[in-house]
Design a protein around this ligand. Structure first.
Ligand code: FAD
Length: 274
């Protein structure tokens, strides 16, 4: 028997607290590994289970599950099972539905299930992929754009750059681990890019970005900013933008893409904490 319908709507808090429905994991195989720079690998993932996968917005994300130590391939996660400890967040850099392929660009930053795996990745190796999750709503009417971040945000920046109209101006400020990481960026928009190298000690992540931003001075008042880097650095740079440089907070999207000393930094921490 059908339950009688009730005209009672759930309070918003209940809706927010409802567990997010996870998309089923898709088994994917490595079909190509490209060296983009000494510390960046482009890994193409393919598989019949990728059917229907679409990237949607620029700077959207996917989750990848890597093999645990001793496994040759990860175990397929159960729909409502616990989260795999070796799951990490990445940007779908390019999605080619007709070929059933997704490109993911990995920073080789050192120890970590994702970085360690990417450094040894070979054709035929298996991962599980989940997502996609929402990305950045590019304001197509805005004339001035500013992308500020480190190497982990480069793939996201490139997806944003590709969407900007020719009428827009975009300034990119990227912090990398070494000058050899610099590479050409392109966009239909009028693009200027500045690359800065961070100090060898990770504790200084974001410092070179902050300094370069200060040197450059206040961005145009209407600039739309996408800011993504180490979480604490992101908070400092966002403060610099809204304080000294006078940009309204509403024009800035800030994302902590990783966090010093934290394993699998949760991407829902958008830097609101102290
Ligand atoms: C929405 C979103 C999109 C992202 N897209 C990409 C992407 O396309 N490409 C990409 O390379 N990364 C991307 N990242 C960042 C990536 O998820 C993290 O760097 C992740 O922590 C890497 O996992 P891991 O297993 O290598 O290291 P973890 O096990 O998570 O961390 C191990 C140690 O390494 C440090 N660490 C982690 N990441 C970095 C880093 N980038 N640089 C220096 N030290 C680090 C941590 O502080 C920790 O001490 C994205 C993050 C988010 C939230």
């Amino acid at each position: 028997m059908q339950a009688p319908s009730r005209a009672v709507s759930s309070p918003p808090a209940a809706a927010e607290n409802a567990p997010r429905k996870r998309r089923p994991p898709r088994r994917v195989e490595v079909s190509r590994v490209q060296i983009l720079s000494p510390a960046m690998r482009r890994i193409t993932l393919t598989g019949t289970e990728l059917q229907g996968f679409e990237a949607g917005d620029p700077a959207s994300y996917l989750k990848l599950i890597f093999p645990e130590p001793g496994q040759t391939e990860p175990v397929r996660p159960l729909p409502d099972g616990p989260r795999a400890t070796s799951m990490r967040t990445y940007t779908p850099r390019a999605v080619r539905p007709e070929a059933g392929e997704v490109d993911v660009d990995f920073v080789l930053h050192g120890e970590g299930p994702a970085s360690t795996w990417a450094a040894q990745a070979e054709t035929g190796q298996v991962l599980f992929l989940m997502g996609p999750g929402p990305g950045y709503q590019v304001d197509l009417q805005a004339v001035e754009h500013l992308l500020i971040g480190d190497d982990s945000a480069l793939p996201a920046f490139e997806t944003i750059l590709a969407r900007l109209p020719a009428t827009a101006r975009v300034r990119v400020l990227v912090e990398v681990s070494d000058a050899a990481e610099e590479r050409a960026l392109c966009s239909p928009a009028q693009l200027s890019a500045r690359w800065v190298v961070r100090a060898a000690d990770k504790q200084h992540a974001g410092l070179a970005l902050e300094q370069a931003l200060r040197q450059a001075g206040a961005p145009a008042a209407q600039s739309r900013v996408y800011l993504a880097c180490e979480a604490a650095a992101m908070r400092r740079i966002r403060e610099l933008l809204t304080g000294e440089l006078g940009l309204p907070r509403s024009q800035i999207i800030g994302r902590g893409y990783w966090k010093l000393g934290a394993v699998n930094h949760p991407d829902h921490d958008y830097g609101e904490d102290a």
